[in-house]
Design a protein around this ligand. Structure first.
Ligand code: SF4
Length: 282
């Protein structure tokens, strides 16, 4: 029997909890005073050390995430410095930047520095977006996704399910993502936190799995579907069913402000289940 090929990706929160935006699902907004670690810049040594650990756990993508509305010159300089340093040591690691709303010029700078892909999620439907964020618009997000494509970076764009959105919002978001035709789509399940205005994940386990299936049916077979935040808390013992329902990638290790499973243990479990863990992005 053919072994199912899956892709692993790791996240590094290079700037945490310093955002002035008001996304109601996000503990990194300073407005909600969630009890998380907050820092302006993680040290380059730590970022490189974590990249090496990610590679040893078979991650083929490493995502550099900053908190905040978007890129400015200073942030571009910071991410470019990180990208160049990592590429010097691990030249074949696929580097993803996730730094919010971005202009074409800033994205071109990142590409020049060695960034391969840019992650910018639509998060939810155009119609539901004003309910979860008032400080920037869904259209700003969509335009950034277009800029990413114009800069010839691989686009990674997905969203969050379980924030109280209706089924038509989910379908609308999936259709918008399909229109953008990204290389990969991250699916997050809302991870509640008492400090946030949204305190409940509205999905049960089966609904979450069915949404992965719906995403696969909508996007077709070629786009990578990666299950990211909320996998453990929403799916509990059925986490690896994500692959039966159409996902072909997961985030390994910790998330931005919540812990995931210990990466080496996850890898062991995936190997026991006989998955073929990809060694390149193709
Ligand atoms: S812009 Fe990004 S970091 Fe800021 S609150 Fe929204 S999701 Fe969180």
């Amino acid at each position: 029997m053919n072994r199912k090929k899956i892709y692993l990706c790791a996240i590094c929160n290079v700037q945490s909890g310093t955002c002035n935006e008001d996304c109601k699902f996000c503990t990194q907004s300073v407005k909600y005073k969630a009890n998380i670690q907050r820092y302006k810049e993680k040290s380059l040594d730590d970022i490189i050390k974590e990249a090496k650990i990610a590679v040893s756990n078979k991650a083929i993508g490493y995502c550099l995430v900053t908190a905040g509305a978007g890129l400015d010159d200073k942030k571009v300089e910071f991410i470019a410095k990180i990208a160049k340093s990592i590429k010097k040591e691990i030249s074949d690691l696929n580097l993803i930047a996730c730094n919010g709303i971005a202009s074409l010029d800033h994205l071109k700078e990142l590409k020049k520095a060695g960034i391969n892909s840019y992650n910018h999620n639509l998060e939810t439907s155009k119609e539901f977006y004003p309910t979860i964020c008032t400080t920037h618009s869904w259209e700003d997000r969509y335009q950034t996704c277009l800029n990413i494509k114009s800069a010839n970076l691989n686009l990674c764009s997905g969203g969050i399910f379980g924030m109280g959105e209706a089924q038509e919002d989910r379908i609308s978001m999936l259709n918008s993502i399909k229109e953008l035709n990204p290389q990969s789509m991250p699916i997050n399940f809302f991870h509640p936190n008492d400090a946030l205005p949204l305190t409940k994940n509205t999905l049960d386990k089966q609904e979450a799995l069915d949404l992965i299936k719906l995403s696969r049916e909508t996007l077709g077979k070629d786009i990578m579907i990666m299950v990211a935040g909320g996998r453990e808390s929403t799916l509990k013992d059925d986490q690896y069913k994500v692959f039966e329902y159409g996902a072909n990638s997961i985030v390994i290790g910790n998330y931005l402000t919540t812990n995931g499973k210990i990466a080496s243990k996850e890898l062991e479990d995936l190997e026991k289940l006989n998955f073929d863990i990809a060694s390149t992005c193709n």
